[in-house]
Write a protein that binds this ligand. Sequence first.
Ligand SMILES: *Cc1c(COP(=O)(O)O)cnc(C)c1O
Length: 365
Amino acid sequence: MEIMANRLDRGFYMYQKEFEDKALEVLRSGWYVLGKEVSGFEEEYAAYTGAKYCVGLASGLDALWLAFRVLGIGAGDEVIVQGNTYIASVMGITINGATPVFVEPDKYNNIDTTKIEEKITDRTKAILVVHLYGQASKMDDVMELAKKYHLKVVEDCAQSHGACYNGKMTGTFGDIGCFSFYPSKNLGAFGDAGAIVTDDEQIAKDMKMYRNYGSEKRYYNKVVGANSRLDEIQAGLLRVRLKHLDELAAEKVEICNRYLKELKNPLIELPEVQKNATTIWHQFVIHCKYRDELMNYLKDKGIGTIIHYPIPPHLSEAYEYLGLKEGALPITERYAKEVLSIPLYNGMTEEEQTYVINAINAFKA
Ligand SMILES: *Cc1c(COP(=O)(O)O)cnc(C)c1O
């Protein structure tokens, strides 16, 4: 059997007619950028998250760097972020000229909130919280520190659409919640797309200005902005998927509950969900000391897996200039050698799940 680590066709065919009808509707409308599909999606996604405002953007990375831009955080400022994140989180900070200050992860793969305070200096302006792999971070600790030190909080929710902490949705704790709708995310478009959510009217207004060349009124440009507009066709297709997001999430929970119950191999560590948090299982990430052997073994059996992420940002070539060497973040670096995301996608059959479970349970080092 051949099982891909992730596949997006199944999720399309589940609602094929609805997607195709919407695509045709937009194509035939004659309006393709920033129209009623975008404003409709913004309203519906704000309502879904419980935030007051949503602003559609072209990607998750744009959401991140524009968030720091709008908050006025740049050169000379420091932003705290976990070491084991996707590099786009860090780029969101550094595109503005600010400096990332890395904190080690906890056993839930999120920022270890007990290690934040020691990293705060008089240059620290914000904490960027990443809800990695779909699980909400410890937001009560983060918000308490932010209050004590007067820091802004930006949430990277590219992997956590609908995940909650104490019943409140990720993206609604801090000043700005940043979302990606890249096709493989839990709420995925059919191309690139992103958004921010916020309760602050001024931030929402500024975002709308920045996404459109810094103009509120056509040809009157207040600031140097970006072209980060959300396409009508993506917004329309996102509205279709959003209607089904809860049932899509429930299906993933069911698959992961089976993994949690039936995966039994002393060589692997299963993911844990912390108290007060929920996960939407963007990825099902196991830890294994023999990760590379396991990956090759599964590949021989036709099972695809992915490493999220093999090179931590501080050791990537792009961030050589930060001067951080191997050993700077031992836990982050160990995770990069241990983590493995096993197959998980909407429309995964029981037979496929069983094949993966049996293969992993039979693995020997
Ligand atoms: C996907 C992702 C991003 C970037 O989103 P894009 O839409 O691809 O630009 C940022 N942060 C995290 C944690 C991600 O997973």
